[in-house]
Design a protein around this ligand. Structure first.
Ligand code: FAD
Length: 318
């Protein structure tokens, strides 16, 4: 099924999750165990992030460039297929512009189509991109909107080359939105107009960057509606579990941690921080559910138990 068919608006929590594939050489069974723990909470779908290889180019004496790969994090497609096969739930692989040619994206989408995966999240990505122009006559997508257009073309039966017997795909495409503005955008209005372009190109829903201040989300959602964006906007959430995250999350995701939450965490003992994060997340979810946002999306790195506590509490109240 498509994500868009799995979203609900009945006031009951409909919680999806986002997980990160293991690093190369890591264990897939650990990730499957995380999903196993989450199955009790009936996730409508699970997103699997994607990370382009970190690449750098070294100029050779003859003026050519040699491509080196520093780090790889493969497995998004395979993991999606494994989760869907083992648990029977829908998976949403993230596809990136950066670090991939359009030809590679097309191949990945053909592969996903074979695997029966109908959902994808189209993203630009940040690093690991091609520092030099793409080799030969290969092409690349600059912004997420270009990738959405590519997927939409495939959905209408148009591939990069005239392929014999190429049937149209049928992907439901999600895109990213930023309640606190994408860090490169000069202002929120400008960023929302770029978000609207992704919807006009064929994206069917938006999942937001994590936020800890619901007011930022409510304001963003209302500005999106005023700008003419009508598709579902799914709030992205995270449970804050360590003091260190007070610095790492803002610097990595360009978000603010509300003063009240930050000072509670700062003055707490380390062992008490997860409890504070869980309480805050429950408060956020209660308010979002009360405002009619039944679909919630949690970012998980390695600690499903904290999110599980939040969802258990929400289900008791529903
Ligand atoms: P875009 O929509 O392309 O926007 C990027 C910036 O360019 C914005 O400032 C936008 O306003 C601007 N812009 C857009 N179009 C144009 C245009 N035509 N002309 C000029 N400016 C333009 N990263 C990963 O590496 N892997 C993941 O799995 C991953 N998952 C994510 C999931 C979610 C829900 C979110 C919110 C983010 C995720 N990211 C992931 C991070 C994301 O890749 C970065 O935030 C990236 O910097 C922007 O991606 P985007 O798809 O929003 O880009």
């Amino acid at each position: 099924m498509k994500v868009i068919e799995l979203l609900r608006n009945d006031g009951k929590p409909n919680v999806s999750y986002e997980i990160v594939p293991p690093k190369r050489g890591g264990s897939v069974s650990e990730i499957l165990e995380i999903i196993n723990q989450l199955m009790e909470y009936e996730p409508p779908f699970v997103d699997v992030t994607s990370h382009s290889a970190q690449i750098y180019y070294e100029e050779q004496q003859d003026g050519s460039w040699r491509r080196h790969i520093k780090r790889k994090r493969p497995g998004t497609l395979g993991l999606c297929a494994a989760i869907k096969g083992k648990f029977g739930i829908e998976t949403v692989p993230h596809l990136l512009c950066k670090g991939f040619t359009r030809e590679e994206s097309e191949d990945a989408l053909i592969e996903l189509n074979y695997l029966g995966i109908q959902n994808v999240m189209a993203l630009r990505g940040d690093d690991g991109g091609f520092k030099k122009p793409v080799i030969g006559d290969r092409t690349r997508n600059e912004y997420a909107v270009d990738l959405v257009r590519q997927i939409h073309s495939m959905n209408t039966g148009h591939y990069l080359e005239e392929l014999i017997d190429a049937a149209p795909t049928d992907f439901c495409v999600g895109v990213a939105g930023y309640p606190e503005k994408h860090f490169e955008a000069p202002n929120l209005k400008w960023d929302i107009s770029n978000l609207k372009a992704k919807i006009e190109a064929g994206a069917e829903y938006v999942t937001t960057q994590m936020f800890f201040d619901n007011n930022a989300f409510f304001d963003f959602e209302s500005r999106c509606r005023k700008a003419g964006i009508t598709v579902p906007i799914i709030p992205g959430l995270k449970v804050l579990t360590s003091k260190k995250q007070l610095q790492t999350l803002p610097s990595r995701f360009y978000l603010q941690v509300p003063e009240e939450l930050a000072s509670d965490i700062e003055s707490a003992k380390d062992a008490d921080v997860p409890e504070i994060g869980i309480r805050w997340a429950i408060k956020q979810c209660d308010e979002l559910l009360g405002a009619g946002f039944s679909n919630l999306h949690f970012y998980i790195i390695q600690t499903p138990q904290h999110v599980a506590q939040v969802v258990t509490e929400l289900r008791k109240r529903a």
